[in-house]
Design a protein around this ligand. Sequence first.
Ligand code: ZN
Length: 273
Amino acid sequence: MEKLIITAAVTGSLPTKKKTPYVPITPAEIIEAGVRCEQAGAAVIHVHARNPEDESPATEFRLFEEIYRGLRERTKLVVQISTGGRAGMAYEQRSERLTLAPEMASLTTGSVNFADSVYANSPQLIERLARDMKIHGIKPEMEIFDVSMIRSAVELAERGLAEPPLHFDFVMGLKGAIPATIENLVHLKNSIPPGATWTVAGVGAAQLVMNTHAILMGGHVRIGLEDNIYYRKGELAPNERFVERMAGLAAEFGREVATPEEARRIMHLKRSG
Ligand code: ZN
């Protein structure tokens, strides 16, 4: 089986210091989390920025730039910048960060109803983000919240807006997204094109369960406080401990963990180091 790529989604948009003291908020904290996750076995870091004053999701370019430069300086991690946006964020606010030309960026290929808002990704927005990624040589990670979004991602490839083999991330167990069941995971895996790679991000308690299945099924895993803050019921933990757990499980199951350089090869990233 291919080596296991561990992606660390260290911050996201939602967890606050009040909910868990371990969530990194400032650029310095996010960079430090990246360093520790790399030491623990992560190959990819999924990056959001926060406004240090109030911890809200940030769109400011200088914050993304600071985080990106710091991670490039201090780690060999593949940096994957999120183009996700909360309700009301315009294309410009979600795309400017792509001019940093990170190796990867996330691209959600459809809209979702979150608990109390719409995560709106119109066909026009998706196409513009895909074009930007193509121009900057960025590999999209297709964020799949439901099966239909796979088809939309494949269509982008058919139209020349994304280069195969595609890479998918199945976001499972979020309210409004596909429920986190083994049957659904198998169906998602069987619905992607041959040669494509996939990872799974289970939300909340589904994180450990879905990741364990992914390790056994030949997929890859995403962990981190963006998706789940509890190591086990009632116990909070820093990002690197979740990475350590994945590396430990992979070892138990006889699967080796990929270095950042190996992850670049597995996902067919063009650049190295
Ligand atoms: Zn994210």
